[in-house]
Design a protein around this ligand. Structure first.
Ligand code: C2E
Ligand code: MG
Ligand code: MG
Ligand code: MG
Length: 292
């Protein structure tokens, strides 16, 4: 038994050693990618099921590693957070996303709001709000065209770190705030407050198989009714099938994002997607007439 224990222990250390090694390599390459600003941004549209209008478009970081290929955010963001690199990566992403949205805005493309994900470490940087306002100004994007997606734990963590005050400042300029992955965190209902939050984003785990999973149907219906009662917008993330869209529509969860609508796309492709759906003025008149 002792021998086995020893064996298990050295196996564990080997695993741990390899993981630390992997992390060090990733961290090293991440610093280079930050310096070269080589992180890319993909965009995934959000639409209204009843009107078909584009409600927004979410910016999602992509890292194409020279030798490893595409590394998903789920793999490198935790390392970036631990290494203190997430704030720098976030700024590359936010600047690129706002630059693209500024161009779309000037071109008259309709995209609703640009939604960017912001983590607690990014928000804790003293000059995060200044950085955000400077970037909006430089790229010519009105604050009303931007939304920040934050997870529930960030809202909780707020008073001592000054995040709450910063978020209020940002929101008072017209930027929207939303709770991402809603239903999976620890937000108390006191944070689901229309004076603090503009939209709830229902986590994918409740949206998946909503058509056949009765519990998910009930959860999404309850969250939708809560939001409607409070006057907060609602969106479902990760809708993959037509059946899921049909269920969401019947529940009255109007806005959706997911593979069933569009995959996250590189900037140019996202721009084409928007351009194809941007109503040209004569067309708009006809559509409005038909709808009435
Ligand atoms: P999230 O903000 O909840 O983003 C939604 C994730 O679901 C994205 O994964 C998206 O590609 C994926 N997704 C969208 N539609 C579907 C669908 O129909 N089915 C399935 N299975 N997945 C779908 P992604 O791009 O891998 O990002 C993962 C997470 O990494 C994000 O979750 C967000 O928490 C974080 N993240 C991504 N980009 C950034 C960023 O620029 N800054 C920060 N701070 N976090 C980011
Ligand atoms: Mg998000
Ligand atoms: Mg989410
Ligand atoms: Mg999620």
């Amino acid at each position: 038994a002792k021998k086995q224990g020893g064996g298990a222990f050295s196996f564990f250390s080997e695993e741990l050693r390899r993981e630390l090694e992997h992390r060090k390599l990733l961290e090293h390459d991440m610093r280079i990618a930050i310096a070269e600003k080589s992180f890319q941004v993909y965009f995934q549209p959000q639409v209204s099921l009843t009107t078909g209008a584009i409600a927004g478009i979410e910016a999602l970081v992509r890292w194409k590693h020279e030798t490893r290929g595409m590394i998903p955010p789920g793999e490198f963001i935790p390392v970036a957070e631990k290494s203190g690199l997430m704030a720098d990566i976030g700024r590359v992403v936010i600047a690129k996303a706002i630059r693209a949205a500024g161009e779309w805005h000037r071109a008259g493309l309709q995209f609703g709001r640009l939604a960017v994900n912001v983590s607690g470490t990014e928000l804790r940087e003293v000059d995060f709000d200044a950085f955000l306002f400077d970037t909006l100004e430089a790229e010519g994007l009105p604050p009303q065209k931007l939304s920040l997606e934050i997870v529930e734990s960030v809202i909780l963590d707020d008073e001592k770190t000054g995040i709450a005050a910063k978020l209020r400042h940002i929101r008072s300029a017209g930027v929207h705030l939303e709770l991402d992955d809603f239903g999976t965190g620890y937000a108390s209902l006191s944070h689901v407050n229309p004076n603090e939050i503009d939209r709830l984003k229902i986590d994918r785990r409740f949206v998946q198989n909503i058509n056949s999973n009765g519990d998910n149907t009930k959860i999404v219906r309850a969250i939708t009714e809560l939001a409607r009662g409070l006057g907060i917008s609602i969106i479902a993330e990760g809708a993959e099938t037509e059946a899921e869209l049909t269920s969401l529509k019947s529940i009255g969860c109007d806005q959706v994002q997911g593979y069933s609508i569009a995959f996250p796309m590189p900037t140019e492709q996202a721009q084409e997607w928007l351009a194809l759906r941007s109503p040209k003025k004569p067309q708009l008149t006809v559509v409005t007439g038909n709808r009435a």
